[in-house]
Write a protein that binds this ligand. Structure first.
Ligand SMILES: [Fe+2]
Ligand SMILES: [Fe+2]
Length: 166
């Protein structure tokens, strides 16, 4: 079955779903910028030979993951992932995306106890894993939901700041 089956003449779903698609992609972009900047700050402090600063920057990334990244995963794993998982085209895609969430959450747990170079490496892994993951969601998952006749991206994401931003 083609990924685009069920899409309307615009190639996606309703206008509201198109708006939600853009909002989610924009929010993903802001999240990636923040994760990358925080990871880069840890590496810069390590390279500068400043362990207290590297520790402070590591704490900042852990806090961001607790406040933004993990709640974002939890919000997605509600009706959005469930809706897509119930479709023939979405089932395996969602299974794969859930494995990404699990892997990134594992990196965050490891990061809590890590310092120095190890913390910088884990931080880079989190930021790069998120870059690949959001690319799959923006290119595959959310267009699938927006193009579906049965699912509504706008309804499933409405009011969820952690998905669409403020
Ligand atoms: Fe996700
Ligand atoms: Fe996401």
């Amino acid at each position: 079955m083609a990924l685009t089956e069920g899409m309307d003449a615009t190639g996606t779903g309703s206008g509201a779903d198109d708006g939600a698609l853009a909002d989610i992609a924009r929010h993903h972009g802001r999240m990636l910028e923040r994760a990358s900047a925080l990871a880069e700050a840890i590496l810069a402090a390590v390279e500068a030979g400043d362990p207290p600063l590297a520790h402070e920057e590591k704490d900042a990334l852990v806090s961001w993951c607790e406040d933004e990244l993990i709640p974002h995963f939890q919000a997605e794993e509600g009706s959005l992932y469930a809706g897509a998982r119930a479709t023939g085209e979405g089932r395996l895609l969602v299974e794969g995306l859930l494995l990404d969430h699990e892997a990134m959450a594992g990196h965050v747990e490891e990061l809590r106890a890590a310092e120095g170079l190890r913390a910088a490496a884990l931080a880079a892994a989190i930021a790069r894993a998120f870059a690949l993951h959001r690319a799959k969601e923006d290119a595959l998952l959310y267009p699938l939901i927006a193009g579906s006749q049965e699912l509504s991206l706008a309804e499933a994401s409405r009011g969820l700041e952690t998905l669409v931003g403020p």
